[in-house]
Write a protein that binds this ligand. Structure first.
Ligand SMILES: Cc1cc2nc3c(=O)[nH]c(=O)nc-3n(C[C@H](O)[C@H](O)[C@H](O)COP(=O)(O)OP(=O)(O)OC[C@H]3O[C@@H](n4cnc5c(N)ncnc54)[C@H](O)[C@@H]3O)c2cc1C
Ligand code: FES
Length: 278
């Protein structure tokens, strides 16, 4: 038993995990599958994130991309800085520290029996995939599942084989668009909001889950308002600079909200008094 914390788990102590699979999804995004060194399953709910660390280098919050219905944990890591560069150089068998899971979750219980529409921009597909996979693994619990995906360019598309498999399924609808046309692409061209009119009749009675780059929210939320979707039915996944991940340091604070604890998933109507949030 730890004496300094009276036997409570140290919230800053990472657990060692081993990379059991790795592959590049595109030029900048690395997919890793992790298993705990101590054995046992990861305990989390779609929407949550973990703090990922490499000893002597640093730590960063990373969304969980897998579903708790599967074994191990999957993350997608963009190579942007000191820590993520080191992780990109790692191989199967190398170790990462994992703290968490932290943060709020997608409405996996209250959304039961309802239609789900996921609006994903770029790397925003990563956390959304956790709930999509969870809903597919509990298919009878949810109504129609629609996934709208917008990516900047063809070469940046994520999870291509998995999207092709989702596209084959009769029990979900997947629509993709890329911002800029490409010789190998005969699908929709334009930003993700160009897909919204195609599903407009679905929207007012669906739960809408939105995740993407900050610029996307403004336009998606405008389109949803035009489609008369109640703010209560919209969930947004916000990203802010974080340090502790557990509501202690204030790095992620927006007025009275701590994005690491109150978010990253927020019901849009709960942000009405915090216009700075979006
Ligand atoms: C809830 C949450 C979930 C996330 N999920 C993912 C995910 O699934 N995958 C993923 O790849 N990333 C994710 N991120 C982002 C990731 O945590 C950051 O990109 C992290 O900073 C990477 O760490 P690093 O040490 O590699 O890069 P850093 O050294 O932190 O640099 C990252 C970039 O940010 C800039 N930067 C550094 N510090 C600051 C600062 N104080 N102010 C402004 N800019 C700064 C740097 O110049 C660089 O461009 C998530 C963030 C949050 C909050
Ligand atoms: S990251 Fe420290 S309070 Fe949110």
């Amino acid at each position: 038993m730890c004496e300094c914390c009276n036997g409570k788990k140290d919230i800053y102590l990472p657990e060692l995990c081993t990379i059991t699979k790795r592959r590049m999804l595109n030029g900048t995004e690395l997919f890793v599958h992790l298993e705990k060194d101590g054995g046992g399953d990861f305990d989390y709910i779609p929407g949550q994130f973990v703090e990922v660390s490499v000893a002597g280098i640093g730590e960063a919050p990373i969304s969980i991309s897998s579903s708790p219905t599967q074994k191990g944990m999957e993350l997608v890591i963009r190579n942007v800085g000191a820590l993520t560069k080191v992780i990109h150089g790692m191989e199967v068998g190398d170790k990462l520290g994992i703290r968490g899971p932290y943060g709020s979750t997608y409405p996996i219980e209250s959304a039961k029996g309802k239609d789900l529409v996921f609006v994903c921009g770029g790397i925003g597909l990563v956390p959304q995939r956790s709930f999509i996979r969870y809903a597919l693994d509990h298919r009878a619990d949810y109504g129609d599942i629609t996934v709208l995906i917008g990516t900047k360019c063809h070469d940046m598309r994520l999870f291509r084989e998995e999207l092709a498999m989702w596209d084959e399924r009769k029990d979900m609808t997947v629509m993709e668009t890329i911002d800029e046309g490409h010789d190998c692409w005969n699908g929709n061209v334009g930003v993700v909001t160009t897909l919204i009119p195609k599903v407009e009749s679905h929207l007012p009675h669906s739960q809408i889950l939105v995740c993407g780059p900050p610029i996307m929210y403004k336009f998606v939320l405008m389109a949803l308002a035009e489609a008369e979707v109640p703010d209560d039915n919209i969930f947004v996944n916000l990203e802010r600079r974080m340090k502790c991940g557990v509501g202690k340091c204030g790095h992620c604070q927006i007025n009275e909200l701590y994005v690491c604890q109150d978010g990253p998933v927020f019901r849009y109507s709960d942000l009405a008094s915090v216009p700075e949030a979006i």
